[in-house]
Design a protein around this ligand. Sequence first.
Ligand code: FAD
Ligand code: EPU
Length: 343
Amino acid sequence: MISENISLKPYNTFGIDVNAHFFSTFDSVEKLGQLLKDFQHVPLLVLGGGSNILMTKHFDGLVLRNEIKGIEVVSENENEVIVKSGAGEVWHEFVLFCIENGFAGVENLSLIPGSVGASPMQNIGAYGVEIKQVFEKLEAFEIETGTTHTFDNEACEFGYRESVFKRKLKGKFIITQVYFKLSKSSALNTTYGAIETELKSNGIENPTIKDVSDAVIAIRRSKLPDPKEIGNAGSFFKNPVIDESRFLEIRSKFPEAPSYPAGEGKVKMPAGWLIETAGWKGKTISKNEGNSEAKYGVHKNQALVLVNYGGATGTEIFDLSTNILKSISNKFGVELEREVNII
Ligand code: FAD
Ligand code: EPU
């Protein structure tokens, strides 16, 4: 069924109230193909959970929400298993399926909001793991030709919060199925400091896959705002990779400045530290509109997360992000890049 002029507020975790001219869901490739035939030459936006987008205006086109479901084991041997998931599955439900079946590899990515289909878009990552480490292949529907293509790991050109689908193939394919290669022997990754600390504080010495997942969930809940309570899209910016020489200049003024190695002559800096040090953490902007007050700003526990306490427009949040970009450039000579997709 096609809805007309509906609010997208329930479909984006920032809770921005803009309209879609046309809106529909699809739960199969056939339905998707039919919709695209019916709406040729109409601007298109595909959504999963809407947890990595900022809507800045009404969408004068067709918004399609992916609801292709189904999780199944397609092959296995003694050590490994290939699991196929419909792109419209909720990512965390897929993680729970893997944990329940003893398949290791995605437990560090527990509780990331959104759909399985969007996970390769920005090569989701957290707590020392990115999906490219467990990604086998995906199937995607080419909008122009109506044909399905397969992309293996290399073809996806994964990088830090990047893939070919965010760059040269942007807007050309709709991901319909994703295949993951998971391990039956639990080769766990607990190298990320906070996971070890969390496991130790619970007295766990030989963690199971579920223990690692529980630790990640506890850490995430303590740091990140729940979009059901406060509108947000996770980290708004990427952590910048900069020249070591620039970092040494910053460290000469701020000896406590944190950094991580990022290849020859390069370091990655936590954008959260830059934004906090520039004085933005917890900053709240209020505006009165009619009888209601809208508030938005920078989260008080995580400076990398911009938040909508209710009533903000996408443009207001976008303008706030521009002010933060300028301020970090002026103060540190570092150019931040937005991670969230601006629409
Ligand atoms: P959407 O927001 O619906 O879409 C994102 C983009 O992908 C859009 O451009 C959309 O058009 C496109 N798209 C969506 N589905 C498809 C498809 N099937 N085919 C083609 N294009 C598609 N991300 C991390 O990497 N690590 C984290 O730790 C993390 N933590 C977060 C915490 C919070 C509280 C929040 C709100 C977000 C967090 N994110 C994190 C960001 C977000 O959860 C991920 O980017 C997630 O993969 C987005 O999925 P989605 O289905 O909501 O995508
Ligand atoms: N920091 C501050 N102040 C802050 C926030 C962070 O100083 O307000 C500094 C601290 O030095 C801290 C460091 O930043 O030690 C790292 O912070 P954190 O562990 O919270 O991680 P992050 O770098 O801010 C990244 C990802 C998250 C992911 C976590 C855990 C990016 C852009 N963000 O955040 O991903 O969950 O690591 O692995 O890489 C997302 O992409 O939406 C997302 C939430």
